[in-house]
Design a protein around this ligand. Structure first.
Ligand code: PEP
Ligand code: MN
Length: 386
């Protein structure tokens, strides 16, 4: 970032000192250049990366300072995923005893698409007692393609989910948030039911609205999972989503200056990137979406964020064991987390035979979870993670 001072502002002007001070406050490295022509003298302050990257900061921090003529960016305004000097991979705490990230075992997160009263208890109980799975997923709000499809029980669903998780001593609960109010609703219900584990909100393939992503940047106490959008053409889609969470919300004063007190210097970097498939190009494919597992390689090369794969939504059906085949394919890559939809209780697991209200056709049966556990153990051995 280059800050050009107004003509007539000399090198030793206190207004230059103020810019330098501000840059240091933001852990940048300011270098003052002055050029004295025959006509006029110009001072420029070049802001180099220090502990903080210029790409991670808004130029509006400097625009309004006294004596500043112009602020020019020479680096894209991006908190790139590799900006924090954690190129070896960031570890994220799912619970006090479970971390995910580079070099650590791949963890399984499992549970229903939407939560309902009949099945949530037996599913959660089955996953933990039969298979030792201690991170679950479940939804209160679902963006459905059809307005006639079941959209989730909303807050009631979240309450059921957190109650069941608390009851079974589950350490981590993943749930989708579609708008900013859902974040506060989840936090409130968590308090009300006294759930002490970690709740990881996620942004789904259909709902990456910028306000919601910025709002998630405000949260420090929990990680955030971002799924790629259905129309994504490559990993930049995920990076753009992540960028807003990393930056957090910025606020402007009435006079057009950045409200530095309210704005975040940086947002939440506890981000998990999730590959869930993209629009399919082959209409005859048995898959519901085109699996994009191979993006894991690019994500690993270009970012430090843990990588998850959701094999359920791209498969879209359990017919011909497609979800299992898709899990096998996903595990060809060195991934940090597998998030699987499933667990509707079958007979023998206290089940009622009740069919899930959303995405039931792709739900992986509880009694077969051992097959997933075996594949994940193999993956962890292959990638020397345990
Ligand atoms: C889900 O996980 O239940 C879901 C709706 O996912 P996606 O946003 O990837 O479609
Ligand atoms: Mn689903």
């Amino acid at each position: 970032m280059i800050i050009q001072m107004q003509a007539g502002v000399g090198k030793s002007d206190p207004r230059v000192a103020a810019v330098v001070e501000k840059a240091k406050q933001y852990r940048l490295n300011p270098l003052v250049h002055s050029e004295q022509g025959t006509h006029v003298g110009v001072v420029e302050i070049h802001l180099k990366d220090g502990d903080m990257k210029t790409s991670a900061l808004s130029e509006h921090i400097f625009v309004a300072l006294d004596g500043v003529e112009n602020v020019r960016r020479v680096t894209r305004p991006k908190v790139t995923l590799s900006a924090n000097g954690m190129r070896d991979g960031k570890h994220i705490k799912l619970s006090p005893s479970t971390l995910i990230g580079a070099g650590l075992p791949c963890q399984i997160v499992a549970g229903p698409c939407t939560v309902d009263e009949k099945t949530v208890g037996p599913i959660v109980k089955g996953l933990v007692t039969e298979y030792g799975i201690t991170a679950i997923r479940g939804g209160g709000w679902k963006p459905r393609s059809s307005p006639y499809s079941f959209p989730g029980y909303g807050e009631r669903g979240i309450r059921l989910l957190l109650n069941a998780a608390g009851h079974e001593g589950i350490g981590t609960v993943f749930t989708e948030v579609m708008e900013s109010q859902h974040i506060t609703a989840v936090a409130r219900i968590k308090q009300e039911v006294g759930y002490t584990g970690t709740v990881v909100p996620w942004v789904g393939a259909r709902t990456g609205n910028p306000m919601l992503l910025s709002e998630l940047g405000k949260q420090y106490e929990f990680p955030v999972m971002l799924k790629n959008s259905i129309s994504a053409k490559g990993v930049d889609d995920l990076f753009e989503r992540a960028e807003r969470v990393l930056a957090g919300p910025l606020y402007w004063n009435d006079d057009g200056t950045l409200d530095e007190k309210r704005s975040m210097v940086s947002g939440n970097d506890n981000i998990i990137l999730c590959l869930r498939g993209t629009e399919k190009t082959d209409p005859k494919s048995s898959y519901r979406f085109r699996p994009n597992h191979d993006w894991a390689e690019t994500l690993r090369a270009r970012s430090w964020a843990p990588i998850a794969i959701d094999p359920s939504h791209s498969a879209g059906t359990m017919e011909n064991d497609l979800v299992l085949k898709n899990i096998r394919a996903a595990l060809q890559h060195d991934i940090d987390m597998l998030i699987v939809e499933g667990g509707y209780p079958a007979k023998g697991f206290g089940g009622t035979g009740f069919r899930g209200l959303c995405d039931a056709e792709q739900s992986f049966p509880l009694e077969r979870f051992g097959e997933i556990l075996n594949l994940v153990s193999e993956h962890n051995r292959a990638f020397k993670k345990q």
